[in-house]
Write a protein that binds this ligand. Sequence first.
Ligand code: ADP
Length: 170
Amino acid sequence: MSTNVAVYPGSFDPITNGHVDIILRGAQIFDRLIVLVAVNSEKKNLFSLDERVDLIREVFGGNPKVEVDTFEGLLVKYMCARDIRVVIRGLRAVSDFEYEFQMALMNRKIFPEADTLFLATRENYSYVSSRILKEVFGLGGCISDLAPAVVIEAMKQKFKPARRKSKEAR
Ligand code: ADP
């Protein structure tokens, strides 16, 4: 068994300071933390898989405890193949709980050795999600303290045409 290794799966479209906080705290608990970016082809992502991975690598490049990988399909298959037993997930509000709890139990049903470790959000990031960041940024709002600088820069590039139009309309 790979002891003291955990995976932290998600879409990370893109990584926010809420994710960064969970990763840093997870890396204090485990020797190795693998941030697992989901291929989830059915979701319409703003950033491609490679872009999402690269952004996380840029943020954690200097941290030897943090690795980045991708997975497609069942998370527990990835874990089973590498004998990893712990999944980290972040909890923001009660609204996250129902889905997360269901997923945790389903993962355990498929891979009984798997356990999910929930880390509570830091209160100043409790309202932060990738979705709301994209919405607010796309409409011209400032979110510079809610995501790493490399992410803000990448979002500027993605939203250039939309933000230019919204400025012209003002
Ligand atoms: P998914 O599509 O799997 O929900 P996300 O990238 O949205 O992927 O989230 C990955 C994980 O990070 C989830 O467990 C989510 O609850 C958690 N998370 C997202 N934003 C925050 C935040 N601001 N604080 C704590 N946890 C968060």
